[in-house]
Design a protein around this ligand. Structure first.
Ligand code: NAD
Length: 294
């Protein structure tokens, strides 16, 4: 099994790193949060004083950071991690960023003869915990193949979307659709409940009908309808509203650059920006339900 360094132990990174340990990889972790690091160390991971020290001797480095600026700071910043890695190191960024960020890091990595892959994920915290994430990769085919063994320790489905940045393009399209489905689901549930329907009964009916979709079927946004989802624990954990708003911003920037009409996506973005502005940025993205009932 490979010597892997994992950087960014948040809602997603922490369970992903746990699964790498379970898969038998020799793991070193780093995060700015000491408590996040402690949790992984208690499970058998090593740690180090900083990102560069943590990556020493690693055959593969994985990052799972909030956004593009964090990715650029870690890889390309003053003490840029890329420069400290030996030739041939596999570098996998699983964060969701702009495709341009992935291409910029890929270019810098290529100049140093490192093997870079953008590999954003889908499946949420549930998928990260269960080890069933979908990895959506951009980069060279040989690098994608080289990354397969380590990615399979954290996910069930691996896709090679195309060259550098293609993983991020596919991920941004997916999340724009997810935001549209989630806001539409919340709108429909709120309308039914306003008419006196039980949200659990209405959910079951739509699930078995043509309105069924991922947001409703496995991530029900109405509190108390489904066990184990953020809506049933005050929208704590999961995928933050701030991160969904970030992803919708990436989609809108990309659409403007490509002159693509995205009316549904821009409406969903507006709703998420309003919701974040109302103080809900740190809640799970299914909390957009509140916008339709409060
Ligand atoms: P998070 O905010 O929970 O975790 C990010 C972690 O990165 C934090 O622990 C933070 O301390 C750490 N960090 C930030 N800067 C750092 C640095 N310089 N060095 C080391 N650690 C640093 O975010 P998350 O929910 O885990 O999401 C991570 C990425 O995955 C995001 O790009 C998000 O869009 C994407 N994503 C999230 C989900 C989800 O359901 N949460 C699903 C798919 C994709």
């Amino acid at each position: 099994m490979a010597k892997v360094t994992f950087i960014g132990l948040g809602n997603m990174g922490s369970p992903m790193a746990s699964n790498l340990l379970k898969a038998g990889h020799e793991l070193t972790v780093f995060d700015l949060s000491a408590s996040a690091v402690e949790t992984l160390v208690a499970q058998g991971a090593k740690t180090a004083a900083d990102v560069n020290a943590a990556a020493q001797g690693a055959a593969c480095v994985i990052t799972m950071l909030p956004a593009g600026q964090h990715v650029e700071a870690v890889y390309l910043g003053e003490q840029g991690l890329l420069q400290s890695l030996p030739e041939g190191t596999l570098v996998i960024d699983c964060s969701t960023t702009a495709p341009e960020t992935a291409r910029k890091v890929a270019e810098a990595a290529a100049a140093l003869r490192l093997r870079f892959l953008d590999a954003p994920v889908s499946g949420g915290v549930g998928g990260a915990t269960a080890g069933t994430l979908t990895f959506i990769c951009g980069g060279e085919a040989e690098v994608f193949e080289a990354a397969e063994p380590v990615l399979k320790g954290m996910g069930a489905k691996l896709f090679h979307a195309g060259p550098h940045g293609a993983g991020q393009v596919a991920k941004i399209c997916n999340n724009m659709m997810l935001a549209i489905l989630m806001t539409g689901t919340c709108e429909a549930l709120a309308l039914g409940v306003k008419n006196g329907l039980d949200p659990a009964v209405l959910s079951e009916i739509i699930k078995q009908s043509s309105g069924g979709n991922w947001a409703l079927n496995v991530y029900n946004p109405w509190p108390g309808v489904m066990d184990g989802v953020p809506a049933s624990r005050d929208y704590q954990g999961g995928f933050l509203v701030d991160l969904m708003a970030k992803d919708l911003g990436l989609a809108m920037d990309n659409a403007n650059r490509n002159h693509a009409p995205v009316p549904m996506g821009s409406l969903a973005r507006n709703l998420y920006e309003v919701h974040a502005h109302q103080g809900h940025g740190k809640l799970d993205f299914s909390s957009i339900q509140k916008l339709f009932v409060d």
